[in-house]
Write a protein that binds this ligand. Structure first.
Ligand code: SF4
Length: 182
């Protein structure tokens, strides 16, 4: 449970077992709060999204088997991990248009792992543009992650979805009909 019934409780103070927010929810908080609300209430609809199918194609076509294989740790699913002197976690994305959301999704994984005593660095892979973004968790990032987690908690506890605001990517969104087709 996220709530401890104490007004002073912050997500950053919670034990890993209590950290039930997923990386996708952190991503959606930055992409669209309405999407975050729908996703949290109707997670299965995402399975049917063309966008997700495209993401899967990229997974299947751009990486060799040795590098693939999602790793689930508690509530987080990491695309793949490379072990070396330092653990490197990878998140594969089809385009860099929503880079800020990708960045905080991965930083959240680093934050989550740190709270489990695992020190890691992260890389976002954009195979279509052959670009990589390397990330390390700073103290500033941790504060921002805690702000985001509190925001996620607030949105998902709302009784109704936040009012949709039109965005360039609405047409590709799984929840387009819920937002814009009456
Ligand atoms: S259709 Fe647009 S406003 Fe609605 S959830 Fe998707 S991204 Fe958000």
């Amino acid at each position: 449970m996220l709530s401890r019934g104490k007004e002073t409780s912050r997500v950053g103070d919670l034990s890993p077992e209590e950290m039930v927010i997923t990386g996708v929810q952190v991503n959606y908080f930055l992409v669209c709060k309405t999407k975050l609300w729908f996703f949290s209430r109707h997670a299965t609809m995402e399975q049917e999204s063309d966008l997700v199918s495209l993401g899967r194609l990229i997974h299947d076509g751009s990486y060799t088997k040795s590098k693939r294989g999602e790793v689930k740790i508690g509530r987080i699913s990491i695309d793949f991990i490379v072990k070396g002197d330092t653990l490197i976690i990878h998140e594969v994305k089809k385009s860099d248009k929503l880079e800020k959301a990708h960045k905080y999704q991965l930083l959240y994984y680093l934050y989550y792992l740190k709270r489990r005593g695992i020190k890691a660095k992260g890389i976002i892979d954009y195979p279509s543009s052959r670009r990589r973004v390397k990330l390390e968790l700073s103290e500033e990032d941790e504060s921002e992650i805690e702000r985001i987690l509190n925001g996620v908690k607030e949105i998902i506890s709302m009784e109704n979805p936040p009012k949709p605001e039109r965005k360039p990517y609405c047409r590709k969104c799984s929840y387009f009909e819920l937002c814009w087709v009456s």
